[in-house]
Design a protein around this ligand. Structure first.
Ligand code: SF4
Ligand code: MG
Length: 335
């Protein structure tokens, strides 16, 4: 198998007073070496929970049940001991978050927070680690890296901090970088610079990236492959060009229409009417039913499963069933 990361039947369940919340409900996907996979969806669809589950950062929190298989470079992540997993985090996979402050200790200098992990993970002497830290800071586009070493996190702008978080995340050359909305809090210019930086990291080091976003503009710029999540499930997945040219699931079609239309006088923002169903009210039928223009009674009575509808293209919608059946009949008729 050529996948760097293989995820099979991942489920994340949280027990709550009202019942079990299936934040992630049986999703499977893979990430190939050097590939950027974007996970896209509205907030609450399960994309951040998926990222935390992959990093092994959920199992520790009370009551949360993670099941399924997560295999990174032949290592079954969810079967590793905590200590092994901790070593893997940082070395082979690391994560960058929307809020960079959360990755830093506010009372320690940036230099210390960068140099110590380098010493520990790469077993470098302090002086070597310092040299490596300066190199890293320069590589994320900071002109005077030495000045950064003595700075405290609160002294840096949001964009600078984001760069420093990326420097920390790539310090040990991870094979997989997971980025959860890393540019959402930044203004457009800085956002473009950070996206450039991530693309450069991918090109120079062949790093695979899982990029989580609700922004289809970002998806268009970053993705090789796209996974669309809705209410804890994957509803559609396809290579990026195929997804934009030929979206099949009504939810994906809605998301694409909701992109702001540029170069127009009145910027029309289409938004999909209605809301994501409450996690406790998701039944055994299509979770997009309430918002879908194409819904039929079948959609209300049974749940559509992901089916292959093209090359590396899958979608979970009863509409395709008809299409598939139709194609089959045509096939038999002409055969
Ligand atoms: Fe719409 Fe039915 Fe397809 Fe769900 S299964 S997206 S309700 S057409
Ligand atoms: Mg999120």
């Amino acid at each position: 198998n050529e996948a760097l990361l293989q995820v099979d039947h991942l489920q994340v369940h949280f027990p709550t007073a009202g019942g079990t919340v299936k934040a992630v409900d049986d999703i499977s996907f893979q990430v190939k070496p050097g590939e950027t996979v974007c996970i896209v969806g509205e907030s609450g669809c399960g994309k951040s929970v998926t990222a935390l589950a992959l990093m092994g950062l959920l199992a520790e929190s009370e009551g949360c049940q993670v099941t399924g298989d997560i295999v990174l470079a032949d290592q079954p992540l969810n079967k590793l001991a905590k200590q092994q997993l901790r070593r893997l985090r940082g070395n082979q996979m690391s994560m960058i978050f929307q809020e960079p402050m959360s990755s830093f200790n506010p009372v320690l200098t940036i230099g210390r927070q960068l140099i110590e992990p380098l010493q520990e993970h790469l077993r470098l002497k302090k002086k070597e680690a310092r040299t490596k830290a300066v190199e890293l800071i320069r590589s994320v586009g900071i002109a005077r890296p030495e000045s950064m070493l003595n700075a405290y996190p609160h002294e840096l702008s949001g964009g600078m901090l984001q760069r420093m978080m990326i420097a920390m995340a790539i310090a040990c050359r991870p094979q997989l970088l997971i980025a959860d909305e890393p540019t959402t809090a930044l203004d457009v210019t800085i956002q473009a610079q950070i996206l450039d930086l991530l693309r450069r990291i991918k090109e120079e080091h062949g790093t695979s990236i899982i990029f989580i976003t609700h922004d289809l503009g970002v998806v268009a710029e970053m993705a090789d492959y796209v996974i669309v999540m809705y209410a804890g499930k994957i509803v559609e997945q396809a290579p990026v060009i195929e997804l934009f040219d030929n979206p099949k699931h009504p939810y994906t079609q809605g998301l694409l229409r909701s992109k702001p239309v540029l170069h127009k006088h009145e910027e029309t923002l289409y938004s999909i009417p209605g809301q994501v169903p409450h996690p406790l009210e998701i039944g055994d039928y299509c979770s997009f039913y309430e918002r879908c223009d194409y819904a039929t009674s079948k959609c209300r009575s049974s749940r559509p499963h992901l089916q292959t509808i093209g090359d590396e293209h899958k979608s979970a919608c009863w509409l395709h069933e008809k299409e598939a059946a139709h194609n089959d009949t045509k096939h038999t008729a002409t055969a």
